[in-house]
Write a protein of this length. Structure first.
Length: 730
């Protein structure tokens, strides 16, 4: 069926009467009671912070391919893709290790998160998420190490409210999603159950995606040539090294204890199979058959929590214990050499945390306050092996070490406290501090020349904030924050092939920190909601890649010497800085029209991590751009939503060219020669909602069939195509 015909069918069907009430899970992430009227989304999340919210309703209308893809319309967020089955969000110019991922308040970052983009937010099944909050700026005081640039906080769909009678209530449902650009087909079966004080929500989903067809060739700005990544089929559109399969399941059980208290037990399991890493399938300048594939990318999270009031000193309390297993199995097939390199890494994480808040109390008739406090502790155990198979003779030789060192341990955690005071309902002061640290233990491996590691790191963070509301509709904000990140096992012990080349360990690294100054203006009227923020982050001892010579390679790492470039992580000797602006505005207009637009700009610079060349005629600069800082970018959306249940609209994503490249960027095959070209991509959307029983959505993506790529990605964006979503609740 043609896209236009399908849209017309949906609009005609929209004559069916539908209630204008949100479906279960549409509520904003900061409130379980507050509902969302169709077309009116929360612009921001955490009060007093530069933050925003992606709701369940947003995802149902935009039909994103993944949790990272759901963030593409958030201000200050730029989503990079090294592979079709991966996605990493840049927040204020940083990603990976410098961005903290949370699921239901539980830390997902492990000690093997690598420098630069990683795939782990992709392992959160977006079909189980009711909201994703984006906190921009340092947040280590509340959340600990890694929250230098911001936090991505995924909040799961909640269980049904406890039943008020003795009957069994069952709410089954199913969903379907299909897309033409990658021949994707997938679906999910789920159910909600409630009986007296018990409630359950869970489901099983599966998906298969094929080769992704883009809009064409994204050419090098420098010479107009075709980049080495991604490798294209003969049609100049279909991208080799794409496609994957996935299976996800979840179950969430809650028991109501009364008095606003409950206990929750949950398991979330994600399994991805046969996902090529596009920039290594094949690598730049390699034979066409060479390919690295994530044969298995699994993540399992199980946890139990108590939530509810425990008296005035703990009016809002949550205690959590958790277990997470992150499993990867990689295969690098090199048919011309009759060699298959394999590797398997497992990270088992045991966690415990407590977050408590007092009730609000009055210090004077004009002054009220509230305290929050808590702790968190996470311990990783590492299993890592690597092998080489000679495929012509069927012989397998195990390497002396894997990507990491078998038997390594890593522990991170801290204690914190914050305070908030409000004067005459117009001025709010916030402050807080954390004492934290980490310990890393890794055995040595003499055969590979790897030294043992036994390091302890101590760090602290603090913040202060001022919020002033001179008018009912106007708020002025100023925040200062110091956040930190302690080196993890990936920094200290790993050897791996990255986008720029081969990277090897540096056991001498120290912690990095960032001091962020930010100022914001918020306007909130009945018909208009707007945010404008400016910031400056100063990075101290920032960890960046430094170029290395062949002579610096570990003696037993042949991939190092054979790579086009070699890198080692180092602490920069002096300060680096990132300046930026992000903005968002929503307008609710007459006749059921709604507008939303965002804009973000970041500029980063730091000391040159390389050594000055001995030949003075070779150009060399004292300060250079920071790696993969996104270009000026933004979005715009328009939407018509009728109370009868049908809606339609359009979404525009755009970015200017990024030609400010770091040393690593220039040797990274994921970035075309001379930088990444700018783009503008328009999507058309339409949908129908009938009594919360049926929801149908269609998106015509990339209407102009533009050839485009997000800066730093190996994958070009989808070409013109159709995405269809259908949800049925019984």
């Amino acid at each position: 069926m043609r896209p236009a015909a399908l849209i017309l069918l949906l609009l005609v069907a929209g004559q069916a009467i539908a209630e204008d009430e949100p479906a279960p899970g549409d509520e904003p992430a900061d409130s379980k009671q507050e509902t969302v009227v169709l077309g009116k989304r929360p612009l921001r999340g955490t009060k007093g912070r530069d933050s925003s919210m992606v709701t369940r309703a947003d995802m149902e209308e935009r039909l994103p391919r993944s949790s990272p893809d759901a963030l593409r319309f958030e201000p200050g967020v730029f989503v990079q893709q090294t592979a079709h089955g991966q996605g990493s969000a840049y927040i204020r110019g940083r990603t990976g290790q410098q961005t903290l991922l949370l699921f239901d308040g539980i830390r997902l970052n492990t000690s093997t998160f690598r420098q630069g983009p990683n795939q782990y937010f992709f392992t959160i099944d977006s079909r189980t998420v009711r909201a994703i909050e984006v906190v921009r700026g340092g947040a280590s005081t509340l959340y600990g190490s890694d929250a230098l640039s911001g936090v991505l906080y995924a909040k799961p769909i909640e269980v049904p409210e406890p039943a008020e009678d003795d009957r069994l209530h069952v709410y089954p449902g199913l969903s379907f999603r299909g897309a033409s650009a990658d021949a994707e087909i997938g679906g999910r079966v789920q159910t909600g159950i409630r009986l007296r004080n018990f409630a359950f929500f869970g489901g099983i989903g599966a998906r298969k995606a094929g080769l992704l067809e883009g809009g064409g060739i994204v050419r090098n700005p420098l010479d107009g040539g075709v980049p080495q990544v991604p490798r294209l089929a003969s049609d100049g559109r279909t991208q080799l090294g794409t496609g994957y399969k996935e299976l996800a399941s979840d179950g969430r059980l809650a028991y109501d204890l009364g008095g606003g208290r409950r206990v929750v037990a949950a398991v979330y399991d994600y399994r991805q199979f046969d996902a090529p890493r596009t920039d290594q399938c094949p690598p730049a300048y390699a034979a066409l058959g060479e390919c690295m594939v994530y044969a298995e990318q699994f993540r399992t999270l199980a946890y139990a929590a108590f939530e509810g009031p425990l008296g005035k000193a703990a009016q809002d309390a949550r205690f959590t214990i958790s277990y997470q297993r992150q499993h990867e199995r990689r295969v690098l097939d090199r048919p011309q050499s009759a060699i298959v390199n394999g590797g398997k890494d497992d990270v088992d994480t045991f966690g415990a945390s407590a977050r408590l808040a007092t009730q609000s109390f009055a210090l004077a008739p004009f002054l009220s306050g509230r305290l929050q406090y808590g702790f968190d502790l996470y311990h990783d155990r590492i299993g890592s092996v690597a092998w080489m198979e000679f495929s012509d003779v069927g012989t397998i030789v195990q390497d002396s070490r894997g990507q990491y060192l078998e038997g390594s341990h890593y522990t991170t955690g801290g204690v914190y406290a914050t305070a908030e005071g409000t004067f005459i309902d117009r001025i709010t002061l916030r402050t807080g501090a954390r004492l934290g640290g980490a310990g890393a233990i890794a055995p040595g491996d003499p055969e590979s020349g790897t030294a043992a590691v036994r390091r302890n790191f101590f760090a602290w963070s603090a913040f202060g904030g001022l919020e002033y509301a001179p008018l009912p509709y106007l708020t002025l904000l100023f925040n200062v924050d110091r956040s930190f990140r302690t080196p993890n096992l990936d920094d200290l012990t790993s050897r791996q092939q990255t986008g720029p080349g081969f990277q090897f360990e540096n056991p001498s690294l120290g912690p990095e920190s960032a001091v962020t100054l930010e100022a914001g203006v918020q306007v909130k009227l009945d018909w208009l909601d707007a945010d404008l923020w400016g910031y400056r982050s100063t990075l101290f001892s920032a960890i960046e890649r430094s170029p290395r010579d062949v002579s610096d390679c570990p003696k037993t790492a042949p991939q190092c010497a054979s790579s086009w470039s070699r890198f080692q992580l180092v602490n920069l000797p002096s300060e680096a800085v990132i300046w930026g602006v992000d903005a968002a505005v929503m307008a609710h207009l007459p006749y059921f029209f709604h507008l939303r637009a965002t804009l973000a700009w970041a500029w980063g610079e730091g000391p040159n991590p390389g050594k000055p060349p001995s030949d003075k005629s070779i150009p060399w600069e004292e300060r250079v751009p920071l790696s993969r800082i996104p270009p000026l970018n933004g979005t715009a959306e328009v939407r018509f939503s009728h109370p009868m249940g049908f809606w339609f609209g359009a979404g525009l994503r755009w970015a200017t060219a990024q030609k400010r490249l770091s040393l690593g960027d220039r040797s990274d095959a994921r970035i075309p020669l001379g930088g990444t070209p700018g783009f503008a991509v328009l999507d058309l959307r339409a949908g129908l909602r009938v009594n919360d029983r049926l929801r149908a959505t269609v998106v015509v993506e990339n209407v102009g069939d533009a050839a485009y790529r997000y800066h730093g990605s190996s994958v070009n964006g989808p070409g013109r195509g159709l995405v269809v979503g259908l949800d049925v609740n019984f």
